[in-house]
Design a protein around this ligand. Structure first.
Ligand SMILES: Cc1ncc(COP(=O)(O)O)c(C=O)c1O
Length: 288
């Protein structure tokens, strides 16, 4: 890995990037983040939506963000320039509660910490798009919205880490998580879609999941390319009986799901609706 890091305005290589162990991001996992990527070297594609989500996450944990969207963009640009990378870059913005004494009292942490990580963006292997991937439905249940709400893009990723580790043990590309009611929610680092009778369906936000920016944008792409995209409560049998399925995220766009456990989805190959949406998404990203 060759990352360039900006810690509270100080830009350095990854080896010299340091943060206090008394930062509540480290001590308690109290913080929020966004993941972005560049197209044609620029991070403008859906930047406004990422900022909206960052502010919503911040509000949900009572964290005041001490910068405007433009000020943050300037800091990201500075970090990206220092990184001197040729290809597309991956950008992770983290804001934590900040440094303070060992207490949950907000009075102890008056100043949030801001960290920006820039490193080369790596696309999934071409095989993932050509043949589709295998996922599994995992036993780890998605956080209850009344606990650490999945709507918060939280630095505390224990729930996702445990679920993904279960998926990796099963040799899968991703793990699909159910909620406490047994409904499907999302993957550990991506949202989930199925296709049934030509319609793309994704679990509703009320199921308890991260409102993915790619997921949200696919509703617009669907209108553009003539594919109906809707929210619907989904269960195991909907996924297993789907015509097509795919997962979405900023760094992977839309990756077809060919198998769930030992069951083929549809023909067991990437389907036409998935392709139509992926191509529409790429056209929009390319034009940004
Ligand atoms: C749990 C979870 N769901 C969904 C996503 C996809 O969100 P986005 O499309 O905004 O990258 C992510 C991305 O990191 C995630 O961690």
């Amino acid at each position: 890995m060759s990352a360039t890091v900006n810690v509270n305005g100080r830009v350095s290589g990854e080896r010299d990037a340091v943060i206090s162990i008394f930062d509540h991001g480290f001590l308690y996992g109290e913080g929020i983040y966004e993941t972005m990527r560049t197209y044609h070297g620029r991070f403008s594609f859906l930047y406004d939506r990422h900022m909206r989500r960052l502010r919503r996450s911040a509000k949900m944990i009572d964290l005041a963000l001490p910068f405007t969207d433009d000020q943050l963009a300037a800091q990201i640009r500075e970090t990206q320039e220092a990184a001197r990378l040729d290809g597309e870059v991956y950008i992770r913005v983290l804001v934590t509660r900040g440094i303070g004494d060992l207490t949950y009292d907000l009075e102890a942490t008056p100043k949030p910490s801001l960290v920006i990580i820039v490193k080369p963006h790596i696309d999934p292997l071409p095989e993932a798009y050509e043949h589709g991937v295998r996922v599994v439905i995992v036993d780890v249940v998605r956080n209850h919205p009344g606990s650490v709400n999945p709507m918060i893009k939280s630095n505390n990723l224990m729930n996702s880490a445990l679920a993904m580790q279960e998926a990796l043990r099963a040799g899968a590309f991703e793990g699909v998580m159910r909620n406490y009611r047994g409904e499907l929610t999302e993957c550990t680092t991506a949202n989930l879609f199925i296709v049934k009778n030509g319609v793309a369906l994704t679990p509703p936000l009320e199921a308890g999941l991260l409102p993915g920016i790619t997921r949200e944008f696919l509703f617009d792409v669907g209108k553009e390319v003539g594919v109906a995209v809707r929210e619907q409560v989904l269960r195991d049998e909907d996924l297993l009986g789907a015509d097509e399925a795919f997962l979405t995220s900023t760094t992977r766009e839309a990756v077809p799901i060919a198998e769930v456990g030992d069951r083929k989805i549809g023909t067991g190959k990437p389907g036409p609706i998935t392709w139509k949406l992926l191509e529409g998404f790429r056209r929009a990203a390319d034009a940004s």
